[in-house]
Design a binder for this molecule. Structure first.
Ligand SMILES: Cc1cc2nc3c(=O)[nH]c(=O)nc-3n(C[C@H](O)[C@H](O)[C@H](O)COP(=O)(O)OP(=O)(O)OC[C@H]3O[C@@H](n4cnc5c(N)ncnc54)[C@H](O)[C@@H]3O)c2cc1C
Ligand SMILES: NC(=O)c1ccc[n+]([C@@H]2O[C@H](COP(=O)([O-])OP(=O)(O)OC[C@H]3O[C@@H](n4cnc5c(N)ncnc54)[C@H](OP(=O)(O)O)[C@@H]3O)[C@@H](O)[C@H]2O)c1
Length: 272
């Protein structure tokens, strides 16, 4: 096993829908990361409690480790590490991971990766931060929103989070708590503007179109109540690669530029 790989223990599991869940694991003492980064998590199916039980699906499990990239949901200051996961029924990793139970052990490569962090932007920052996510692409933004520095660095923070159904719009209560708790710490409860988007059913107070369309026809900007332009905003985009591509092109058509070597508005991360 590589020097960077440590065993972590599952402390809790929250099931949002049959295809979405979150879990927390122990955090190795020496493990440090920046909000927005990801790690590689490993599962060895034969080490899950599920595998010990005589169930048909478990019997088919292969006794070998599978690793996948996972953004960290929790803040760099938390004692535990939290993750938010999709279940792909025939996926090599999540078809096993979905069975994890409290007390199970996972593997964690303690080398943090990724540049979807606010440190990539040179200071001084523009006024506003726009965080645009689909599905589990919400994860890195939750970590950033639990870092007080993020709240101190921007005048407004817009979080637009798109899911297919209301049920799949996970973490809404947590987002509302962050709005209240961190908003109070910076004396501005209105600093975080949360815009839920539900695309395959109707939900009161949610927008219903895909992100690029909402940006192009200005409905997202109108809903946020602030302008989005090259001088006023940093924009981060995370999740479905087609969404990332379409949103990036839309932002460019609105005058924004990719962030390179600290300069420019747009930073993106594709999940597959
Ligand atoms: C930088 C980075 C960070 C990531 N962070 C997360 C995370 O925090 N949470 C998470 O669930 N996944 C995350 N992923 C995706 C993750 O690495 C795996 O792809 C996912 O766990 C599925 O693994 P699998 O082996 O079951 O299926 P795979 O064989 O890896 O994927 C099969 C197919 O499932 C779909 N798919 C994969 N991941 C997702 C997803 N997250 N949401 C919707 N559809 C998906 C795609 O169509 C993909 O082609 C991240 C990926 C990258 C590159
Ligand atoms: N969600 C489920 O119930 C479910 C169940 C089993 C398997 N899966 C698998 O999981 C993967 C996706 O799951 P998911 O629901 O988390 O992610 P997703 O398909 O990326 O959908 C999440 C959100 O992203 C939006 N979106 C998708 N493509 C976009 C684009 N090009 N531009 C802008 N917005 C876009 C979706 O809108 P739209 O609604 O308009 O697409 C939805 O609001 C797929 O491989 C799917 O087969 C999902």
């Amino acid at each position: 096993m590589s020097d960077n790989i440590q065993t972590v223990t599952v402390l809790s599991k929250t099931t949002w829908t049959p295809n979405l869940f979150s879990f927390t694991v122990t955090r190795p003492d020496s493990f440090k990361f920046t909000a927005g980064q990801f790690v590689r998590l490993g599962v060895n199916p034969s080490q899950l409690q599920y595998y010990q039980q005589p169930r048909a699906a478990a019997e088919q499990a292969v006794d070998e480790e599978v690793f996948r990239a996972y953004s960290i949901v929790s803040s760099p200051f938390d004692e535990v590490l939290e993750f938010f996961s999709i279940v792909i029924p025939d996926g090599a990793f999540t078809s096993q991971l979905q069975h994890l139970q409290v007390g199970d052990e996972l593997l964690l490569n303690t080398m943090p990766f990724g540049f979807l962090t606010l440190a990539r932007y040179q200071k001084p920052h523009p006024k506003d931060l726009w965080l645009l996510a689909t599905g589990t692409g919400l994860a890195p933004f939750l970590s950033m929103l639990q870092d007080l520095q993020t709240w101190q660095d921007y005048e407004h923070i817009v979080l637009a989070y798109s899911a297919r159904t209301v049920e799949e719009l996970a973490y809404v209560e947590k987002i509302e708590q962050l709005q209240h708790n961190f908003g109070s710490l910076v004396d501005n409860p209105a600093k975080l503007i949360f815009i839920p988007i539900v695309t395959r059913e109707s939900m009161t107070d949610a927008l219903s179109e895909r992100l690029p369309k909402l940006l192009l026809d200005q409905s997202l900007q109108q809903r946020a109540g602030i302008a989005l332009d090259i001088d006023s905003a940093h924009v981060m985009v995370c999740g479905n690669p087609e969404m990332v591509e379409d949103t990036k092109e839309t932002l460019k058509s609105l005058g924004m530029v990719m962030n390179r070597r600290g300069e420019g508005n747009i930073a993106v991360e594709n999940y597959w």
